[in-house]
Design a protein around this ligand. Structure first.
Ligand code: AMP
Ligand code: ZN
Length: 112
């Protein structure tokens, strides 16, 4: 499958990993929008939030239970934002489910 993040999971494209276990991977965004900008992905290919199902929902829960540990390791003591863009109107550019963790500065409060 011609998926950038599947290639990162496979090690075919390099990434700066910050967390990895059997089912998920977290790595630094190549074009950071904040001092800390990390992407957390399931290792299995799920196209977007729209692709979350009863069969794969456990990996999404696991991502969310791991995000606070990643944020703590990154010392995001002032808080952080978790974002997932789903589909073209939201500006999703990589069609493999991912959650952005953004922090390290006061973030713009505008959500749109
Ligand atoms: P989105 O626009 O929500 O689909 O997010 C995709 C993100 O992937 C963007 O923030 C990109 O900067 C990031 N990105 C694209 N290619 C790479 C790469 N090779 N390594 C790390 N991050 C990447
Ligand atoms: Zn993929």
């Amino acid at each position: 499958m011609n998926c950038l993040f599947c290639k990162i999971v496979a090690g075919e494209i390099p990434s700066t990993k910050v967390y990895e276990d059997e089912t998920i991977l977290a790595f630094r965004d190549i074009a950071p929008q904040a001092p800390t900008h990390i992407l957390v992905i399931p290792k299995e290919h799920i196209p977007s939030v729209d692709g979350v199902t009863p069969e794969n929902k456990a990996v999404v829960a696991h991502i969310f239970e791991t995000i606070p540990a990643i944020a703590a390791a990154e010392k995001l003591t002032g808080g952080y934002r978790v974002v997932s863009n789903c589909g073209p109107d939201a500006g999703q550019t990589v069609n493999h489910l991912h959650f952005h963790i953004l922090g390290g500065r006061v973030l713009n409060t505008q959500m749109t």
